[in-house]
Write a protein that binds this ligand. Structure first.
Ligand code: EPZ
Length: 422
């Protein structure tokens, strides 16, 4: 397994190009299952999760052609031959469950493995199941697989979500585009990736209103057509690289960054005394000298502070002035980066879903282990601020969600290299 070696202490300076959003691409790719016409996605990120989704769709009979080194994906599902998403693919990536809604909508059947737990939590699918049953699907759990049928197709209905689940909103939004009649999703997730999905579906002929609010209305149509759609900028990669100069000092301009994608996060940076400037190319963040100030953070559904930036923020607060309290309200076990940061000299107390961080002057480089996607990048960022060398092991987690981290950070002056594993 590869590891990444970071030597701290060098201020950063320059521009980082932010890629297309992993969590948008992972819901846009299954959209191909809704139509026999081709779907072309541009600005697609080059990540291992995209490769996993490609393998899953190909196992269903979808043709996936990657162009321009994977930045463009052309998908065609005119001859889907299989409607079963196998456990050995789904267990690697929960987002595989996003084929459930589209398969049900157009093929009226699907067998999708339950993803099983992952490092950050049990991650059940009850909200997905209840929502799709509201559209007339019959779903039963057998041998760890959801067996779903929709005889005669899905029917529009009111779909109240008990929690604004991102994946459940995406599954039912995709399914409703081909359901007979009108669907109203209540307490819908409002993430930018949902808005991006709705815009792509609309390009294909879907009739959707209200995306980005907590109520989305969909008029079902008989069929969807071809489309070309650009994947929205990745707000989590954006937030991650906005933090890089806060750790190392210096100034970084994140190209493609938009303030509407990171509102709550940028507000927290501002409260910590870090200025974020909008430029005509993106968002610029600088820290020259003064330490960041401690701030309290509670993760919430969009537009609140994103759970996917919690680990990166905690790492930054480890060397802020004062004590910060972080509450993780979305996942039940998302503080695994804390013990690794403590190996670097961070002073953190974790009690259930609350972490108290007492800022220290400086962290010290150490060998640490990546445990999940966002925790892994928070350790790399911590290495930028630490004295000496930090070796982050098991970086396959990192490659799931971040394109060429060592190249992007290296290009703005970080001392970082990837050491191929044995
Ligand atoms: C999406 O996961 C993202 N993944 C996650 O990003 C992100 O952390 C999460 O949304 C929250 O923003 C993708 O988009 C591929 P949820 P998802 O359904 O859809 C519980 C990353 O790092 N829940 O909003 O799975 C669930 O257990 C990943 O890029 C149920 O109880 O998130 C969790 O506690 C990590 N029953 C909470 O809701 C359900 O049926 C949020 O889950 C569904 C979810």
């Amino acid at each position: 397994m590869d590891s990444i070696v970071v030597t701290g202490g060098t201020p950063l300076n320059g521009q980082i190009q932010i890629a297309g959003a992993k969590n948008a691409a992972l819901t846009l790719m299954p959209v191909t299952l809704l139509s026999e016409e081709p779907l072309t996605l541009t600005n697609t990120p080059r990540l291992s999760d995209i490769k996993t989704m490609t393998a899953l769709l190909q196992s269903l009979g979808v043709e996936v052609t990657a162009l321009q080194d994977g930045k463009v994906q052309v998908l065609s599902s005119h001859n889907v031959t299989n409607t079963t998403a196998d456990y050995d693919i789904v267990r690697k990536m929960r987002a595989s469950n996003l084929v459930l809604g589209p398969l049900l909508a157009r093929h009226h059947q699907a067998i999708v493995s339950l993803p099983g737990g992952c490092a950050i939590g049990a991650r059940p699918m009850d909200i997905h199941v209840t929502a799709l049953e509201a559209l007339g699907a019959e779903i039963e759990l057998k041998d760890g697989y959801l067996h779903a049928k929709a005889k005669g197709g899905l029917k529009g209905n009111k779909v109240p979500l008990r929690f604004a689940s991102v994946g459940a909103t995406e599954n039912v939004l995709m399914a409703a585009t081909l359901a007979k009649g009108t669907t109203v999703i209540e307490n819908a997730a409002r993430e930018p990736e949902i808005v991006d999905l709705a815009q792509c579906l609309r390009r294909m002929g879907a009739q959707i209103d209200g995306e980005g609010t907590d109520t989305i209305t969909i008029q079902g149509v008989d069929k969807l057509g071809a489309a070309t759609h650009p994947v929205v900028t990745d707000r989590i990669e954006l937030g991650t690289y906005m933090l890089a100069p806060v750790f190392a000092g210096g100034e970084v301009e994140c190209l493609g960054g938009r303030m509407d994608l990171v509102g709550a996060f940028a507000e927290k940076l501002d409260a910590a005394g870090i200025s974020v400037t909008e430029t005509d190319k993106g968002l610029k963040v600088a820290r020259n000298g003064a330490r960041a100030k401690a701030v309290n953070v509670t993760t919430e559904v969009f537009p609140g502070f994103p759970t996917d930036l919690q680990a990166q923020m905690m790492a930054m607060l480890c060397t802020a002035e004062g004590t910060s309290i972080l509450e993780e309200k979305i996942f039940e076990n998302r503080f695994m980066h804390a013990p690794e940061l403590m190996r670097m000299g961070a002073d953190i107390e974790v009690h259930g879903g609350t972490a108290t961080v007492h800022g220290v002057e400086r962290l010290k480089g150490a060998p640490v282990m990546a445990t999940d996607l966002r925790a892994s990048v928070s350790l790399i960022l911590a290495g930028l601020a630490a004295e000496g060398e930090t070796v982050v092991n098991r970086v396959y987690h990192l490659d799931r969600g971040y394109e060429h981290v060592e190249e992007k950070l290296g290009a703005v002056g970080a001392k970082i290299e990837r050491v191929p594993g044995s």
